[in-house]
Design a protein around this ligand. Structure first.
Ligand code: DX5
Ligand code: ZN
Length: 216
């Protein structure tokens, strides 16, 4: 069964608490929190103060996706704000092992993320050091983009490699353009955590949408 992590980027920020509760009541496993710095990606979203408020109001597993040029510098504030897991990009500037170690030392789970142009093999050396790998199926920065099918081969390659090194439990997440059509393909390719923003919050019935993904 797949896990579902609705992306709060597509929530109604005027009713963030309500939208988080809707997701959790419908069985969402993680709440995906997209942080953008206007530098690593050409967009700005929300930061640690928002995470701090929402994680206090709505206790949950907060899956924080850092789209930052220097993620290592910003870990303390997100750890303090209630991040349960922090993922950061291999394309960013921070030293990878040091960043993973700092996330773990802060008591959170750690993950690495690859953009569409980065091959799956770039993440192979980190598979035994992290709890999750995130494959971006769109260019990071914006919700509502079209799924790039090349992500499917990357998911398969990562799932195969994870099995090979004795990590069948590895969380393999896919993010971008996940909907009722693309989600089953992602699960078949080896993904077990689905991020969905516009598909969940743009649906007439977000709870029904979440149930659909959980059933995959
Ligand atoms: C994009 C973010 C995604 C985004 C996904 O940079 O990382 O999490 O919210 O949105 P959808 O599901 O609409 O593609
Ligand atoms: Zn994301």
């Amino acid at each position: 069964m797949a896990m579902i992590a609705p992306s709060l980027l597509s929530a109604d920020f005027a009713h963030l608490e309500r939208d988080c509760r809707t997701c959790l009541d419908a069985g969402a496993d993680f709440l995906h929190f997209d942080v953008m710095d206007g530098h690593f990606v050409p967009n700005i979203s929300f930061g640690a103060p928002v995470l701090s408020s929402i994680s206090k109001a709505v206790p949950a597993f907060y899956d924080v996706h850092l789209m930052l040029t220097d993620p290592l510098d910003y870990l303390p504030m997100f750890l303090k704000a209630g991040a349960s897991m922090i993922t950061f990009h291999l394309e960013a500037n921070s030293p990878v092992q040091e960043t993973i170690d700092a996330i773990h030392a802060g008591g959170a789970k750690a993950g690495v993320v690859i953009k569409p142009a980065t091959p799956a093999q770039a993440a192979f050396e980190w598979l035994d050091k992290v709890e999750m790998v995130l494959v971006m199926s769109v260019e990071p920065g914006f919700g509502g983009q079209k799924f790039q099918p090349a992500a499917l081969e990357k998911l398969s390659a990562l799932r195969e490699q994870a099995k090979k090194i004795g990590r069948p439990d590895l969380l393999l997440q896919v993010d971008g353009g996940v909907d009722r059509t693309t989600a089953p393909l992602c699960v078949a390719a080896g993904a077990n955590v689905l991020v969905a923003g516009s598909a969940v919050f743009g649906a007439a019935d977000p709870a029904a949408e979440i149930s659909f993904y959980k059933g995959l």
